[in-house]
Design a protein around this ligand. Sequence first.
Ligand code: GTP
Ligand code: MN
Length: 629
Amino acid sequence: MAIANAKQYLEQKLDKENFAKVSVLNNDKLFQFIADSIELTKPAKVFVSSDSAADVEYTRKQAVATGEEKALKIKGHTIHWDGMEDQGRDREVTKYMVPAGETLSKALNQMDRNAGLSEVKGLLAGSMQGRTMVVRFMTLGPNNSVFSIPCVECTDSFYVSHSLDLLYRRGYEEVKRLGAKAEFFAILHSSGKVDERMVSVEADKKRIYIDYSTDTVYSVNTQYAGNTVGLKKLALRLTIRKADREGWLAEHMFLSGVFGKGGRKTYLAGAFPSACGKTSTAMLPGETILGDDIAYFREINGKCMAVNAEAGIFGIIQNVTEKDDPAIWDVLTKEGEVIFSNVLEKEGKPYWLGMGIDIPADGENFSGQWTKGKKDAKGVEIPCAHKNARYAVTLSALKNCDPELNNPNGVELAGMMYGGRDAKSYVPCQQSFSWEHGVVSYGASLETETTFATVGKEGVPEINLMSIQDFVAISLGKYVKNNLDFGKKFKNAPLVFGVNYFLRDKDGKFCNGVRDKHVWVKWMELRVHGEAKCRVAPTGLIPCYEDLQKLFKEVLHKDYTQADYVSQFTIRIKENLEKIDRVVQYHKDNVAESPAEVFSVLAEQKKRLEEAGKKFGEFVSPFDLPEQK
Ligand code: GTP
Ligand code: MN
């Protein structure tokens, strides 16, 4: 039930100072959301945070004072732990609340809106008793820009509030500027019952419900940032609907500036499912990072302009080493604000899997006090740190942060790539024949394996449209169509590439090293400028051996042999035909209103594969494929 006079209610509930901060925002919808949230969750206190340094500092201090974070040795570094069953995004309990009479595609997790609201509000009722509610205003996209979207989050977690500071742009002043006009996304989060380590304990009552009809998200009994920092994937779902209404795109993509001849910089974007390569590609040494997770694209004056929705990184820390990831290593080992989550802590130092140094045999981790060999309730050994352990840092702390990060006009996008964990079919790197071909055969056909970034079984093959399927809150077919239509707005649409870092050889070994992606990206840069040739394969345009040999030498100081090229770029006809069958079936079964282009583009690809198979056999060597004139 909505509070009748929201502003008056806030005046009663908030102290003078906090009420003053809210009331100047002059937005009735905002008053209503905050008043309803207070009435529902019953916090002992409400703290309204402005953008001021003092308010931001208060969050930082409280995160440690409440015990949600613990200070580490290096100044500015803290650590936070999530519960044993709260170590990733939880797909099962994340649902769209669909009003009566509407439906979403079958592949999307959904429920009746009324039932959802009553369930989640029931769980949130009284959940903040004895605690403080923090009210935060942040923006998605640069401020003062056609891209910016104001957001408000009410949470009883200072860790969540602190994460918002590191990952997003402050938006109190922006909301004030917009006043009654501000159309914002709203998030209500409560950690629910916590134990003495301040960790949510009622994992069975974890719910993340998205009410897209009012642009509101409810999250309860969880702390993992992917489930609670509302501006991340929760708001992305609302943004996709907004973008659909307004004719632009919100994508699960990194953005990076890649350097080329004469110091020129070319912006590339890339979509990969969680834990499949966005941050690692955006962090390539020597290039710039503009974003690593969520990008917005708009057509402006005939150009494709892109911004990062976020301003920080919530990145996977496993396998981050000094040698392979110098830029992030630098930030993780010097003074400055960093929140580590779900790593091992001993004597004020953080340790994670694959960090390239010896790990202590005991310490504190997500399971509590830990010693090597400790087992969980099911008798499975608990690793020192979780595979999905992460760090949160602000992008501007990075030496390789792109200077255009906050440019309200964005940067011009020259190309984009799609990639997933595809062990069997696609070659490591190829360019599409056209925008449509790329969107359909790399994006809408993206196959991957589930990873540790979501709760549940790892390594299960699945189709994940454009890497964004978990977050699409409109019909999947409409989403694909919006992407197809977007490219038609341009005389020269961005080039579309397909990458596959996870192709395996017949012995099951990866065909490529983790640094090889740098070569693919440099090849794309050359393609954008018309400076590299290619061969025409049935699935796309693939690099020529000589160009790769040169790039491997220049970028990685490695000798690239013809045998490497053949093993990586051989077209596997049978695997690719089977892939098409799976994708077509998937679209028929799950994607209501898949555009006709999806089926025609795949039918043409099938024909090209069959013809090549007839001519060259099941495995087509790249040397047999013609060079493009
Ligand atoms: P989210 O932050 O969850 O959205 O994931 P992400 O797409 O940013 O993934 P990220 O780049 O952090 O990579 C995730 C995992 O993939 C890490 O464990 C990496 O070690 C691994 N990885 C990245 N690139 C490669 C590669 O080229 N080859 C192999 N085999 N593994 C890779
Ligand atoms: Mn990432």
